[in-house]
Design a protein around this ligand. Structure first.
Ligand SMILES: Cc1ncc(COP(=O)(O)O)c(C=O)c1O
Length: 366
């Protein structure tokens, strides 16, 4: 339904509007020069051109507003880039983390996590990696991080294990891959769920495989400092259709129906009015049937429209981030007696979010 308005609008008018938006971009945003000693040095920021603006205006002209054709396109493009079958857009990386943990606590999941169960996580983390564990009445068990990688020390996982341990929620710190083969070996041996927080690690690989595709669920953030941005935004992704369906339910008010954006009368499933409910006479409308404690964490199509334009730039963003990191690292190498420089695994292909440094003890500055 969201494309109906597009069919009746004069395309020339749209072209004229887009040309004006491009002109505006050129005048107001393009070619901002960096002036040494004057311009602020950002550690990261949004990188965009007229294509993001045109896409966003296109979405505004559709006036579909909530997730629609751009969101669908974004899901496909991001899924193909990562190698993930299911991509579930949400309004932030924090929301993605909340949806991921809540998915593992869903009523319909037989092996669900229950109140009081323990989740092993890293002591060096973002607050909203830990918050959803507590929000779901689970118990975070912190494992310390290694100096240099700032990732969870996998040698300590065994120490953190207890009969109540049910899951691991681990962050690839600032893009730096965790040795996921060892994590998955540990998880399989103890029958644990694994969520990977890859909010800072889009494009990173371990042993040639994208981070986020090792565990059961993974998350991304599109806040402006991240590899791609929508202003605000994020996704949960997974190769499990079952977990994806639950994640969509949690994201969409707890609604059982998975019918997605284009809402034919009978829903995508085709059985919107045909299911029976024990104890209820006649039919019920599956679309308005709520089976989980949910939220509304969806994105708008204007955000997704920006994401679609950013996806075209993503391979180049990853290459540029690697180049920037290599330059910083080479320049800082001479100061190693003051600084602990970042380290990474030989099998890691890092799409760096930032270049973490630690000051050594006893140096003449802080
Ligand atoms: C590792 C990590 N997880 C989660 C988040 C939360 O993402 P958002 O800011 O989109 O809520 C961030 C934010 O930067 C992050 O770095």
């Amino acid at each position: 339904m969201y494309y109906v308005s597009r069919c009746i609008v004069n395309d020339d008018l749209k072209k004229e509007i887009f040309a004006k938006v491009t002109e505006y971009y050129q005048q107001a945003h393009a070619n901002k020069k960096f002036v040494a000693g004057e311009s602020r040095v950002q550690y990261a920021g949004r990188v965009y051109d007229e294509r993001e603006m045109v896409n966003m205006v296109d979405a505004v002209l559709d006036f579909w507003l909530t997730a629609g054709r751009f969101s669908e396109e974004f899901e496909k493009k991001l899924g193909a880039f990562i190698g993930a079958r299911e991509v579930i857009p949400v309004n932030s990386g924090s929301s993605a983390n909340l949806v991921a943990v809540s998915t593992l606590c869903a009523q319909q999941l037989k092996q669900r996590l229950n109140a009081g169960d323990e989740v092993i996580t890293s002591a060096v983390a973002f607050p909203t990696t830990v918050a959803p564990i507590i929000q779901n009445q689970l118990v975070p068990v912190f494992v310390d991080a290694e100096m240099g990688t700032y990732n969870v020390d996998v040698n300590q996982l065994e120490v953190a294990l207890s009969p109540k341990t049910r899951a691991l929620f681990l962050t690839h710190t600032l893009g730096n891959p965790i040795p996921m083969d060892r994590v998955m070996e540990f998880a399989k041996a103890h029958n644990l769920f694994v969520i990977e927080d890859t909010c800072d690690a889009l494009g990173s690989k371990y042993k040639g495989q994208a981070v986020g595709t090792f565990g059961h669920l993974a998350t991304l953030s599109f806040y402006p400092a991240h590899h791609i941005t929508m202003g605000e935004g994020g996704v949960v992704y997974t190769n499990s259709r079952r977990l994806a369906k639950i994640a969509r339910t949690i994201r969409d008010w707890g609604r059982d129906c998975w019918c997605g954006y284009d809402n034919p009368m009978n829903g995508k499933c085709g059985i919107r009015f045909e299911r029976t409910l024990e104890g209820v006479e006649g039919f019920h409308d599956h679309r308005y049937y709520y089976t989980e404690i949910g939220y509304n964490l969806k994105i708008t199509d204007v955000q997704a429209a920006m994401g679609v334009a950013q996806m075209e730039k993503l391979p180049n963003f990853v290459a540029q981030r690697k180049k920037n990191f290599a330059r910083l690292y080479a320049g800082l190498k001479q100061f190693e007696k003051f600084l602990i420089l970042p380290t990474w695994l030989p099998d890691a292909d890092v799409s760096w979010f930032a270049c973490p440094l630690t000051l050594r003890d006893g140096i003449p500055f802080d």
